[in-house]
Design a protein. Structure first.
Length: 261
């Protein structure tokens, strides 16, 4: 059953034409918390970072070339190609100094705002281990395989922004900065769906449980090419604090299984 799943998975990514005898395969899954850096709350604030943390899960497929006799021994022993299909979901609220202190109409509007974003991601990464070769890692149970990763993803996102005071878009329900037109939108908020692209940078480690199974942990940054992923994007020409596009940091725990063909 695992072989059938794996074959289907990497056929989708267009690599089924490569000789199985030259490649080694792993399949697995990842999951863990996702800290979304959004326009909700206060940047670099602990309550915001904790409060706007969601979750992510994913199915992963690795290929390494350690069995290939193509003359490039360093690449074969230190690099893996990783494909991934994943899902993330995050709920948003405003936290930090903008809602604390003496009550005001503006603070009440911020407190009443909420949002949520779901994303379906597909992409690929290149994993590089500068310290350990693949054969060294595979040889010993209890060994570690630290790695760095870089890659890219395409994502379908669906986001909503709302308020418990009523529909957003009126002075009675919406904080002033979100009423200003922004980036081709009528307001600085939006409930929408779309496709975006992102870059990935990560660091992680695999631990060998036994001959055919590993555990893994990784921290990964995902930077999007859009600032509408969270449903908020105040006009950055006016509100200079809106400096960065949306991003998120994954803290993934996972499992991988080696396939035999």
């Amino acid at each position: 059953m695992l072989k059938q799943i794996a074959l289907t998975f990497f056929t989708i990514f267009g690599i089924s034409s490569v000789s199985n005898a030259q490649l080694a395969y792993e399949i697995g899954f990842i999951g863990g918390p996702v800290a979304f850096q959004s326009d909700y709350g206060q940047r670099h604030d602990q309550s915001t970072n904790i409060g706007n943390t969601g979750f992510g899960i994913g199915a992963v497929h690795w290929i390494n070339f350690s069995s290939a006799a193509n003359g490039n021994e360093y690449f074969n022993e230190h690099f893996k190609v990783r494909s991934e299909l994943s899902f993330t979901h995050t709920n948003f609220q405003h936290f930090g100094k903008w809602i604390e202190g003496k009550p005001s109409a503006g603070k009440e509007k911020l407190k009443a705002m909420s949002g949520k974003t779901s994303m379906l991601n597909i992409g690929t990464q290149l994993n590089f281990s500068p310290f350990t070769t693949i054969h060294e890692f595979e040889k010993y149970v209890g060994s570690f395989y630290p790695y760095l990763s870089v890659g890219a993803m395409a994502s379908y996102y669906s986001t909503t922004a709302s308020s418990s005071l009523g529909p957003l878009g009126t002075p009675g329900t919406t904080f002033d900065k979100y009423l200003v037109p922004s980036d081709g939108h009528q307001y600085g908020f939006s409930s929408e769906s779309g496709i975006t692209f992102s870059v990935l940078l990560g660091v992680g480690v695999q631990y060998k449980l036994d001959e055919m199974n590993d555990l893994l942990f990784e921290v990964r940054y995902q930077g999007f090419d859009s600032d509408w992923i969270d449903g908020l994007n105040p006009n950055r020409d006016i509100y200079k604090e809106n400096k960065s596009k949306d991003s998120q940091v994954w803290f993934n725990f996972g499992y991988s299984h080696y396939l035999e063909f």
